[in-house]
Design a protein around this ligand. Structure first.
Ligand code: BGC
Ligand code: NOJ
Length: 803
C-alpha cells in the first residue's frame, strides 16, 4: 500500500494522507541553519550543531508522536484546524504534503478555506521561512483568527531535557512589533539569539508556554486558541515560546499571504546590546527586511530550486527503469547531501545530542557526495583527518561546532583510519586535485603538529600493518565497521557502553573485514603513491597487500564464504564451526570487492551469501541470528534476533554486495539485490516498510524478527552514499578515475542500455550505452581502446559505448 506518489517532474514526493505509518520527514537547509520537518509540520531546527545550538524543542519519545514543531491554528467560525493536520488534528477536506528538495509544501482545505504553507531555509540565510497563503473559496466573507507558534529550546539540547532545576529559571524573551526574540543566557556568555516573526502586524502574542496552552491543555488544543485570544504573557523562566495571533478578514475569493520567519543571529561580544539588557537586533531586522514579502520568498525558493537543479544535473540517467532513474537522479543524491550534512547526528531517531560527526561515517558519506560539491568534500576531509592521532589511530567522532575529537567515545575502532584513504582517493579521482595531499593537517587538532595530508594517509595504512594479530589479520580493537561486534568488551554490567568498554585486554581479536578493507584501500593507496612518484612506497604497500590476501585465504576463507573474525581467544566467528552467526555479510562484500581469491572464490562467496543471508528485502547481516547474549561477542548478541546488527537487513552493507556482484560481473545479481530494498522499488509496501519511501533506512527487520520487513532509523545511514556508489559506479558503471571517466556498465539482462549525463572535471560527458556485437567505445566519433573516456577541456564530450 502507498501513502502518496513520486512526482518526478517536480522532484517531489507527494504524501496524500497525514496518517503515514511514521512521521515522514524532510530536511531543510544546507549550511548553517537546519530544520527537520515532518509531513504534519512537526520537527525542530538548530544551527550547525543539533546538541549545542538547538533552536526549537523536540520530544523524541512524545505521545502521540511528533507533537509541536511549527504550530499553526486557523480558527474559522467554531472550527480550529491546522494546515498540515497537526497539531489541531481536525480532519481536513483536503490534505497534501509535498516534500521537495530543501522545502516542503502543505496544502490543506477546510470548509471552503484553502491554505498552502511552504517551508524552506533560503540559501545563505540562517532562517527557516514559511509562506502561508489563505484563500477564501466560498461566496461569503470569512473572519479568521490565525495563530502560529514555536517552542524554544534553551540551546543545549541535553541540558534542555535534563537540567530542570536550572532551566526553569533562565528563560528570557523580548517582544517588539511582530517579533519575539529568544534571548535565554544572552545576558551572560552567549552571543547568539533567535527570533520568530510574521511580516504583518499582530493582534496579540504569548511567550510563556503554560499561559498559552493553559492547564491540562496540549499543543493540540491551546487555551488561548480555544478562547480566541492572547494573554500577552512575557516568559520569565519556565518554557518560553513565540505564539503570534493575527486577525484576518477574507472577502469571497480573496487571498492573503503571510511570511513567518524563525531566525538565528550571532553578535560580536562588544555589539551584543543596544541598551543595557536589550539585545542588538540589527541583524535580525536586516534579515526580516530581506524577507518582508512574498516576492522575496518566491525568489528565494526559485534560487533554491535552481541550486538543486544544478547540483543534480551533475549526474543524470535515463533508462528503461523509471524507479532506478528516480533514485539515482533525485532521491539518492538528495539523501547523500543530507547524510553529508548531518552525519549520524540529527534525525527523528538520532537525537542530535550524542554522536556528533563520525569518522568512518563521514568518510563514507563523502563517497556519495564528492561529485556534488567537491570543495566542501575537501574541507571535510581535512576536518576529519585533523582528529587523527600521530600513530594513525583516531578519535571516532567529533562535534561539528568545535571540530574537536570526542573524548567520551575515544578511539580504538580499527577500521576508522582506512576510511580516510577511501574518501581521499575518491576525492582526488573526482577532482584531480592532488594538492589536497600537501595540505598541512594537524594531529588531534594540536597547533604545531601539522603534516601534509598524505602523511595522515600513510599513517592510516601503516596503522593496520602495525596492528596485526596471530593469524596475520588486522586487530579489531573496540570494533570495526560493525560497532556491535565487540570482541574485547566482555561486558556483564547492565547499561555499560559496549562501544567504549574493554574488559578483556587480550589484544588478539582479529577482523577479516578490515583485512578486506586493507586489500581494497591498500591497492588504492598504492595507486595514489604511484601517481605522485612514490614508486617504492607503492611497491612496499602492494607487498603488504599480497601478504594480507594470503593471510585471508589461509585463515579467513571458510570453504564456501569468508569468515568474519577471530575472537579474543582466537576462535573463528562467522564460520561453519559456529552454531549461530555462521556467516556474516561484511567480509563477503569487502573481500570480494577487493578481489581476494579471484572471481571463482568471489562467486562462491556470493552464492553462499544469497543462499544463507538473502531475503526478499536484501541480505541480512548474519545467519543464524544469535539467540542468546554472549559476552565474548558483545552488543551484536544483545539484540533480539532479526533486529539491528543481529540479523536485520542492515542496508548499509547491501550495496557492498551489489558492488561485489559487479566485481565478478554478475549484472543480474547486482540489479536484483539493488531493487530488493531501493526505496522507490518497495514504495507499494509502505505499510510494511513504514519509513519514508523516498530515502533509505538503516535496517529492515530480518526473517527471524516478529516484524519482518519493517524498516527503522530512516535517513542518516551510510546506505545513502554506498547505494549511490553501487548504482552509479557499479550497475551503471561510471567511475571517476585519475585519467578520465571509466565507463564499464554491469547491467542486468533486462536493461538494454541507458543515456547518461555526467559532469566530470568541468566537462559534460554525454554517454549512450547500448548492446551490440561491435563492442567498444567511441569518443566524439573516434574509437578508443579500453574503458576510460579521456580527460578533455572541451567542455562537452560525446561517448558511445556498446556492451
Ligand atoms: C548501534 C549501532 C551504532 C552504535 C554506535 C549501537 O547501539 O546498534 O548501529 O553504530 O550503537 O552508536
Ligand atoms: C551505525 C554507525 O553509524 C556506523 O558507524 C556503524 O558502522 C554501523 N552502525 C554498524 O554497526
Amino acid at each position: 500500500m502507498k501513502y502518496g506518489f513520486f512526482d518526478d517532474s517536480a522532484k517531489e514526493y507527494v504524501i496524500t494522507r497525514p496518517d503515514t505509518p511514521l512521521p515522514w520527514i524532510n530536511y531543510l537547509g544546507s549550511d548553517g541553519f537546519f530544520s527537520l520537518i515532518s509531513n504534519t509540520c512537526g520537527g525542530y531546527s538548530f544551527y550547525k550543531d543539533a546538541k549545542l545550538r538547538r533552536i526549537t524543542r523536540f520530544r523524541y519519545n512524545d505521545v502521540p508522536v511528533d507533537n509541536g514543531g511549527r504550530c499553526f491554528y486557523i480558527c474559522d467560525g467554531d472550527t480550529v484546524w491546522s494546515p498540515a493536520f497537526l497539531p489541531a488534528k481536525t480532519p481536513l477536506d483536503d490534505y497534501r504534503c509535498r516534500h521537495g528538495l530543501g522545502y516542503s509544501v502543505f496544502e490543506g482545505k477546510k470548509d471552503g478555506l484553502g491554505s498552502e504553507l511552504t517551508v524552506m531555509v533560503p540559501q545563505h540565510t540562517d532562517m527557516e521561512l514559511s509562506k502561508l497563503v489563505l484563500k477564501n473559496e466560498t461566496g461569503s466573507e470569512k473572519k479568521i483568527t490565525l495563530y502560529s507558534a514555536v517552542e524554544w529550546c534553551l540551546w543545549n539540547a541535553v541540558d534542555d531535557s535534563t537540567n530542570f532545576q536550572r532551566n526553569w529559571n533562565i528563560g528570557e524573551v523580548e517582544v517588539v512589533d511582530s517579533t519575539v526574540y529568544h534571548k535565554t543566557e544572552y545576558r551572560e556568555r552567549r552571543d547568539h539569539y533567535a527570533f520568530y516573526y510574521v511580516n504583518k502586524p499582530i493582534a496579540g502574542f504569548d511567550t510563556d508556554r503554560d499561559t498559552f496552552l493553559g492547564k491540562f491543555h496540549g499543543w493540540d488544543d491551546p487555551q488561548a486558541v480555544a478562547a480566541r485570544t492572547s494573554y500577552g504573557s512575557l516568559a520569565s523562566g519556565w518554557a518560553p515560546i513565540a505564539a503570534l495571533r493575527l486577525e484576518i478578514t477574507l472577502a469571497p475569493g480573496q487571498e492573503e499571504t503571510l511570511l513567518f520567519g524563525l531566525g538565528y543571529v550571532e553578535n560580536q561580544q562588544d555589539k551584543k546590546f543596544s541598551a543595557p539588557g536589550i539585545i542588538n537586533k540589527e541583524k535580525a531586522l536586516t534579515m526580516q527586511q530581506a524577507f518582508s514579502g512574498p516576492d522575496q520568498f518566491d525568489a528565494a525558493l526559485d534560487e533554491l530550486k535552481s541550486y538543486w537543479e544544478d547540483l543534480l544535473s551533475r549526474f543524470t540517467v535515463r533508462s528503461s527503469e523509471e524507479k532506478l532513474d528516480r533514485m539515482v537522479n533525485i532521491w539518492n543524491q538528495y539523501q547523500c547531501m543530507v547524510t553529508f550534512n548531518m552525519s549520524r547526528s540529527a534525525s527523528y531517531y538520532e537525537s542530535g545530542t550524542g554522536r556528533g560527526m563520525g569518522f568512518r561515517d563521514s568518510c563514507q558519506d563523502l563517497l556519495g557526495f564528492v561529485h556534488l560539491i567537491p570543495e566542501r568534500a575537501r574541507e571535510r576531509i581535512i576536518d576529519i583527518a585533523s582528529i587523527q592521532f600521530a600513530d594513525g589511530s583516531t578519535y571516532h567522532q567529533y562535534q561539528p561546532l568545535t571540530k574537536r575529537g570526542n573524548a567520551d567515545v575515544g578511539s580504538g575502532f580499527n577500521d576508522d583510519p582506512l576510511w580516510l584513504i577511501a574518501c581521499t582517493c575518491a576525492y582526488v579521482r573526482e577532482t584531480g586535485d592532488f594538492s589536497i595531499l600537501d595540505e598541512p593537517t594537524p594531529f588531534n587538532n594540536e597547533a604545531g603538529t601539522e603534516v601534509p595530508l598524505l602523511e595522515h594517509l600513510r599513517r592510516s595504512i601503516n596503522y593496520t600493518i602495525a596492528n596485526l594479530g596471530p593469524h596475520g589479520l588486522p586487530l579489531i580493537g573496540r570494533a570495526d565497521w560493525n560497532d556491535c561486534l565487540n570482541l574485547n568488551c566482555f561486558s556483564n554490567t547492565p547499561g555499560e557502553s559496549f562501544q567504549t568498554c574493554a574488559n578483556f585486554e587480550s589484544g588478539k581479536a582479529e577482523s577479516v573485514f578490515i583485512a578486506g578493507m586493507f586489500v581494497k584501500y591498500g591497492k588504492e593507496y598504492a595507486q595514489l603513491c604511484d601517481r605522485i612518484d612514490l614508486k617504492e612506497e607503492a611497491e612496499q604497500i602492494l607487498e603488504a597487500v599480497d601478504t594480507m590476501e594470503a593471510s585471508v585465504m589461509a585463515h579467513g576463507w571458510d570453504g564456501a564464504w569468508f569468515k568474519r573474525a577471530y575472537d579474543a581467544f582466537s576462535r573463528p566467528i562467522g564460520s561453519k564451526e559456529n552454531k549461530e552467526g555462521k556467516i556474516y555479510v561484511e567480509p563477503q562484500g569487502f573481500c570480494v570487492m577487493a578481489g581476494i581469491g579471484g572471481d571463482e572464490i568471489g562467486k562462491q562467496a556470493l552464492r553462499s551469501t544469497d543462499d544463507l543471508l538473502g531475503n526478499e528485502y536484501g541480505i541480512e547481516v548474519l545467519y543464524p541470528c544469535y539467540s542468546e547474549y554472549h559476552d565474548y561477542l558483545g552488543e551484536i548478541s544483545s539484540y533480539p534476533p532479526g533486529y539491528k546488527e543481529n540479523g536485520s537487513v542492515f542496508c548499509h552493507n547491501n550495496p557492498w554486495i551489489t558492488l561485489a556482484y559487479c566485481t565478478v560481473r554478475d549484472g543480474n545479481g547486482a540489479f536484483d539485490l539493488y531493487t530488493r530494498h531501493a526505496p522507490s522499488y518497495i514504495e507499494d509496501k509502505s505499510e510494511i516498510h513504514r519509513t519514508e519511501p523516498y530515502c533509505y533506512s538503516q535496517t529492515i527487520a530480518g526473517r527471524s524478527a516478529q516484524n519482518f520487513g519493517e524498516a527503522k532509523n530512516a535517513w542518516l545511514t551510510g546506505t545513502a552514499a554506498w547505494s549511490f556508489v553501487a548504482a552509479s559506479q557499479g550497475i551503471l558503471g561510471i567511475s571517476p578515475d585519475y585519467d578520465g571517466l571509466m565507463i564499464d556498465p554491469c547491467l542486468p539482462d533486462k536493461m538494454d542500455g541507458y543515456q547518461l549525463s555526467r559532469l566530470f572535471r568541468g566537462t559534460r560527458y554525454d554517454i549512450t550505452v547500448g548492446r551490440g556485437d561491435q563492442k567498444g567505445m567511441m569518443v566524439d566519433g573516434h574509437p578508443i581502446a579500453g574503458k576510460t573516456a579521456p580527460l578533455t577541456e572541451a567542455g562537452i564530450c560525446k561517448v558511445e559505448v556498446i556492451i
